[in-house]
Design a protein. Structure first.
Length: 333
């Protein structure tokens, strides 16, 4: 039984790398029936062109579907399209939710880097512990720093379309030849050129996951009280709030609002956006609950059949009857 890592998924075929070789495999029917979701980056066991087992993941992101990555590198353009701090905070918070380390790359330095904006970037994100680099794929500035950032890691690059992710990779390794596309003058944004997730090797032990984008990120999958955990500068004050369910919006005794001057305005605005999205989610599940009884359950990364309530009760009744029979037998003796 061989082991390898999935580097590409196309239609129903899974492409696996093992000791420098590529294998095209399909998934065994038994795994399909268990409804196990398979990601690019998964380590698997395979035999005779069939995947037989999915090995445990150290981490994953469901959309785009990637697993076992060492870091997320958020690539932002300084201009064209303009730097969007709120979108940047979405990417950072998503990585934090899935407990994946983050580094920040600010590209297109050739279009002009305003000193005050650079200072703002550094004052916000370096103080939060994020590694920051400034690059220009066009002029090959900061490319060596970019190389060192990726070295000996599997990195997922994320960022809005048109920020220069593919151009940076091409500048780093021209042999990769990723497709690029110009930013629309009218819309001030790019269009996605990547259609599927794929691991691309950049050298020994160094690779990136080329993804079709982390688009439409909304925090409508967690409860409002959990949003502050995605912001270190907010959560460190929240423990001193008067009420445990404080959302730090306008509540009495809020320690976060008492220290609002110590929190960057764009970060707090992003927090409020995410809380409002989470509040919508809370209302939706409150009045339109989606939880339904199913005939299966998820256990140890496998789908298992559930015993119906009727059969479960019948089993309990049988157990009780056996106990009563044993008691009656002992009394007769």
């Amino acid at each position: 039984m061989a082991q390898g890592q999935i580097f590409k998924i196309h239609s129903d075929f899974y492409y696996i790398q093992n000791n420098g070789q590529t294998f095209e495999c399909k998934i065994r029917e038994v795994l399909k029936k268990q409804k196990i979701r398979i990601y690019v980056g998964d380590f698997v066991e395979f035999d005779n062109g069939a995947i037989t087992k999915i090995l445990p993941k150290k981490n994953f992101i469901p959309r785009p579907s990637v697993a076992n990555i060492d870091q997320i590198v958020v690539v932002s353009a300084l201009k064209h399209p303009d730097l969007d701090f709120h979108q940047l905070n979405r990417y950072i918070s998503l990585a934090k939710y899935y407990k994946i380390p983050v580094a920040l790359c600010f590209n297109k330095e050739d279009l002009g880097l305003d000193k005050s904006e650079q200072d703002k970037i550094i004052s916000i994100y370096k103080n939060l512990g994020y590694k920051i680099i400034f690059t220009s794929a066009l002029e090959k500035k900061g490319i060596e720093e970019f190389r060192q950032l990726l070295e000996n890691k599997l990195s997922a690059l994320c960022g809005n379309s048109g920020v220069g992710k593919s151009s940076l990779i091409n500048a780093l390794n021209p042999n990769v030849k990723l497709r690029t596309k110009e930013v629309s003058e009218k819309l001030n944004r790019g269009t996605h050129t990547t259609r599927h997730c794929e691991i691309i090797s950049l050298g020994p032990n160094t690779a990136i996951v080329d993804t079709p984008g982390f688009s439409n990120i909304k925090f409508d999958f967690l409860l409002p009280k959990d949003v502050d955990k995605l912001f270190d500068e907010i959560s460190k004050f929240s423990k001193d709030c008067k009420f445990s369910d404080c959302l730090h919006k306008n509540e009495t005794g809020c320690a976060v609002l008492a220290n609002i001057d110590k929190i960057d305005k764009t970060r707090y605005e992003s927090y409020i956006e995410f809380v409002n999205e989470a509040l919508e989610y809370k209302e939706r599940i409150k009045y339109n609950g989606t939880k339904t009884e199913t005939s299966h359950k998820f256990h140890n990364n496998k789908i298992q059949a559930k015993i119906s309530d009727k059969k479960r009760q019948a089993s309990r009744n049988t157990q009780k009857q056996m106990i009563y029979k044993e008691i009656d037998k002992n009394e007769d003796e």
